[in-house]
Design a protein around this ligand. Sequence first.
Ligand SMILES: Cc1cc2nc3c(=O)[nH]c(=O)nc-3n(C[C@H](O)[C@H](O)[C@H](O)COP(=O)(O)O)c2cc1C
Length: 381
Amino acid sequence: MDSTQQTNPFLTRGENARKVLQRDPNPHIFRPIAFRSITARNRIVVSPMCQYSATDGVPNDWHFQHLASRAVGGAGLVFTEVTHVEPRGRITPYCLGLWNDEQVAEFRRITKFIKEQGALAGIQLGHAGRKGSTGRACDGGKPLTRNEGGWEVIAPSAIPYGDGHLMPVEMDQATIREVLQAFSESARRAREAGFQVLELHAAHGYLIHQFLSPISNQRKDNYGGSFENRIRFALEAVDATRSEWPSELPLFVRISATDWIDGGWDLESSVELSRILKAGRQVDLIDCSSAALSPMQKLTIYPGYQVPFAAAVRNQAGIPTGAVGLIHSADMAELILARGDADLIFLGRAMLADPYWPIHAAKTLRANYTWPWQYERGDVY
Ligand SMILES: Cc1cc2nc3c(=O)[nH]c(=O)nc-3n(C[C@H](O)[C@H](O)[C@H](O)COP(=O)(O)O)c2cc1C
């Protein structure tokens, strides 16, 4: 168990907590932040969230309204849900993808609107690996067989996610090259679609994470075994993506900082990987999530439970981080930034509940805020 898990910093009443209660006239959460050539108007990020609403990977009106309304609501950076680099890499048949020009055209409509609202447009790219070919949670979330519209899934090793899950095909060198090429081509399409931030999904038990963790990666070649070998695919995915992603635009990586499994990927490995990603100067921020590699995980969750990971990576690897996970209140978000635990706050469910979270947070923290002029008369709370 990680030592960072042992105390909940949000239950302490330190100096920073008192400062927040005294209301900083210039709250950290509303301070702009620059990454390479672009600047976010504030530190509030719409975390990637699957909508399971696409047909053939193409975004539609649902995706438009989901992302557009959160840009209208004042977020600094709006991320798409995980968008897959090839059809085989989808979690469900209803996931978004970026492997053809029709998808590019529909995404362009969305990025244009997000940017017109003053937010940055971000895309999360990923590949589900052995966690692909499943039904939507609302349909029971079970693995799909071929007869049910499922497909063959791939992974670093032929080890299923858990009992009753699909047996993946172990990727050979040619398949590894093919998937890396898909990352590279999707990065090019992301640029063509007008995105300004690209995040690689290396967390939550999906393909890149499957290579990182010794639980899911038991290869005998140069992609398995030692730490250096297990991180090889992640580094190659970063390289493949960067090769088509402009050097003036930022690249983020979302990691699961720990598997929450003895003998699995852990915080120490995450810090070391982050150091390497920073040293290569290709990656601008590590978005620190955790878990979801295997049903063997054991964790207790509480408000801000993943913040210590963002703090450890930020302080020990010296790279900007994003904090995510059960951060619901403006005060907590402000405290995390004021303590220097993270540089950005990613909000998931709170953003689903309230697209205007940033405006409401500004009111709570007594910071300046503006509604879009069309909505000024809605300032009633
Ligand atoms: C409906 C839903 C869909 C999600 N889809 C993704 C996703 O596509 N990519 C990802 O990295 N995380 C995904 N997540 C995780 C969130 O980005 C976030 O890390 C998590 O919900 C914890 O933050 P929260 O407590 O603010 O919701 C999803 C979460 C939810 C609730």
